[in-house]
Unconditional design. Structure first.
Length: 239
């Protein structure tokens, strides 16, 4: 009687379907883009910001713009406190989003802004201007990443350098020169508060020729800057 031989086992693998391969490459692409974005954000923790999309847009409009990168150590502490008091008093206490400000904005029917300094840095440095949902979604995604990779001092340093204080005038150094003829290091509490008071509408407000509104707002900012210095809310960006 002839022996029956068992069929030999094969190690032949089933090829993945086109759908599976496409999904794999899409996941690789998404992971690669995310990794690249994180590396760029991490690099700018130390590298001075050379230019922003908004600076280039203003250059297209006016044919020029002024910008002079200045380290935080060379900026008056009054300027740092004034900007925080004006734009984001809880800057040291949140992780990129001020939930109390967001709730207040919702209760007010969206009549007031709730963007933090961190969100504005993400928008100004990495994204574009405008109110589209796509930009808002990217801003919301990148803000926690930046908060994780940067220090609060770095975030404020970048903000003070890339914020627009007059048409085509970017950064606290150029703003101090054009508005008061001094360097950012020499800004007085009143001058610093005046510059902070033009935010976030520098095209409609002036620090050097202030309206009654700016004068009143700058006095409130000056008081707010002193308050956050006394209650410790400026500790995260001051030595």
């Amino acid at each position: 009687m002839a022996k029956r031989t068992k069929p030999k086992a094969t190690n032949k693998q089933v090829k993945p379907s086109l759908r599976q391969r496409l999904r794999k490459w899409v996941l690789r692409f998404v992971f690669g883009v995310c990794a690249l974005v994180c590396l760029v954000i991490l690099a700018f923790r130390w590298i001075p910001i050379p230019v922003t999309p908004y600076m280039l847009a203003e250059n297209d409009r006016f044919g020029t713009y002024s910008y002079d990168w200045t380290p935080l150590k060379d900026i008056s502490p009054y300027a740092a406190r004034s900007v925080v008091a004006a734009e984001d008093a809880n800057f040291c206490e949140h992780w990129g989003f001020d939930m109390s400000a967001i709730r207040a904005a919702i209760e007010d029917g969206g009549q007031r802004g709730a963007s933090t300094i961190s969100q504005q840095v993400v928008k100004n440095v990495f994204l574009w201007q405008g109110r589209s949902w796509s930009r808002k979604a990217l801003e919301a995604s990148l803000t926690p990443v930046m908060e994780l990779l940067w220090t609060k001092q770095r975030i404020l340093e970048v903000y003070l350098n890339v914020a627009e204080f007059d048409e085509g005038v970017f950064g606290i150094q150029e703003a101090a020169r054009t508005s008061f003829g001094v360097t950012a290091a020499d800004l007085s509490p009143r001058q610093a508060a005046r510059l902070a008071a033009v935010l976030p509408s520098p095209k409609n407000r002036s620090a050097s020729a202030p309206s009654d509104f700016i004068k009143k707002r700058s006095l409130a900012i000056q008081d707010g800057a002193a308050t956050i210095a006394n209650d410790g809310r400026s500790a995260c960006f001051e030595d």
